[in-house]
Design a protein around this ligand. Structure first.
Ligand SMILES: [Zn+2]
Length: 381
């Protein structure tokens, strides 16, 4: 018996040694695990924090919220929404704005599908088709505005403009269409007339326009996704692209605009404040840029308090666990916790610890003003 136990122990000890020597078949090894630390690259480095401080993970928002920046694509037209709504409930998302509503028949059938199953849980934004043959039509603006009016009748409650406008949309003579191109004026006028907001994503993070060198703050992301770079020989400078967006906001002061992703000024909140000060028809949302806020909790908190009536909750990608980081940054005063996507930056997050009355505005009160068809009594006072 003694020898059987001894040999069993020996076998276990040997396998432990073998496992620690990385003899596991590749499918069981961590993908990024380097074979030796000497050959490890900065991309593989994943230091685990030794800091011990109070932690308050948040898996459910403190108040019901309206996510103004989500994409569910054409699937909305056919899918059974039960699972999606269950997931929304689990994080306290009361209303999802689907910005990928397209237009025409597809938009109509997706709105019908959502309203039939879950009225008041989804809002659909229409999209404009900027394909070249349309852009060369002298009546492009008028026709797009007429399509939008039809989409509104079919249930669209906003217009989403993608980043292709101002970067890659071109006309037949291969000229880039800037965001403030007067040919598009009838579209913005129609939105003012219908009283629906325009959520507009213009440009990209400023780092994507900068040289991809060792000083670039998004170096890792550009290495992993080289086609995100916006080199100066192909694209206009970042300042120009973003200025065209502000020109549009200024010219169409009766139209309500939501500048997506904090207008890529999350790393320059003073300047974003100046933009909001000078353009009262503009609000903004923080989809995909929560890391910018979590790395500057004191400045971000002051900004949120000052501009509490102009900010909306947006997220962009539908990944449940990522919402937890958004809630934790907004609601807690936790220190030095992880962000979920290393390639965005190597920053750690700190909570803003926003007051309840500010949280309520960001989670739903400001959005309710943009969507008066929603029943406000469904939300706390
Ligand atoms: Zn988006």
């Amino acid at each position: 018996m003694f020898y059987r136990v001894l040999s069993f122990c020996l076998v276990m000890w040997c396998s432990a040694v073998l496992i620690s020597a990385q003899t596991l078949p590749p499918q069981f090894r961590s993908k990024q695990a380097p074979s030796t630390t000497a050959s490890m690259t900065i991309e593989e480095y994943e230091p685990k924090s030794m800091l011990i401080v109070p932690e308050h993970p948040v898996k459910r928002a403190k108040y019901p919220f309206i996510d103004v920046h989500n994409h569910q694509d054409g699937r909305m037209a056919r899918q059974n929404l039960e699972r999606l709504v269950r997931e929304m409930d689990s994080i306290n998302m009361r209303v999802m704005v689907n910005l990928s509503g397209e237009n025409g028949g597809r938009l109509k059938s997706s709105v019908e599908n959502m309203d039939k199953q879950y009225p008041e849980r989804f809002i659909t934004f229409a999209n404009v088709d900027f394909s070249i043959d349309r852009m060369d039509d002298p009546d492009f603006g008028k026709k797009a505005a007429a399509q939008l009016e039809q989409d509104y009748k079919n249930g669209a409650r906003g217009l989403k403009i993608y980043k292709n406008l101002g970067l890659t949309v071109r006309d037949g003579s291969n000229r880039r269409i800037p965001t403030d191109d007067p040919r598009l004026d009838p579209i913005w006028q129609k939105c003012a007339e219908l009283g629906i907001p325009v959520l507009i994503h213009t440009g990209e993070p400023k780092s994507f326009f900068e040289p991809h060198d060792r000083f670039n703050e998004r170096w890792l992301e550009l290495k992993q996704f080289p086609n995100r770079a916006r080199p100066g020989d192909v694209y206009p400078p970042w300042e120009q692209v973003m200025q065209e967006q502000r020109n549009l906001f200024r010219k169409h002061s009766r139209t309500k605009f939501i500048a997506a992703h904090f207008a890529w000024l999350g790393s320059d909140l003073k300047r974003l404040g100046e933009v909001l000060d000078s353009l009262p028809n503009v609000s903004t949302e923080f989809g995909a840029i929560i890391a910018e806020l979590g790395r500057q909790p004191r400045a971000a908190r002051a900004f949120f308090v000052k501009y509490q009536d102009r900010l909306l909750f947006g997220k962009d990608t539908w990944e449940m666990t990522e919402y937890h980081t958004y809630f934790r940054v907004l609601e807690t005063d936790d220190e030095y916790f992880d962000y979920f996507r290393k390639r965005h930056a190597f920053w750690k997050m700190y909570g803003l610890n926003l007051p309840d009355d500010v949280l309520k505005k960001i989670y739903y009160k400001n959005a309710l003003k943009l969507f008066p068809h929603l029943n406000a009594s469904e939300f706390p006072q």
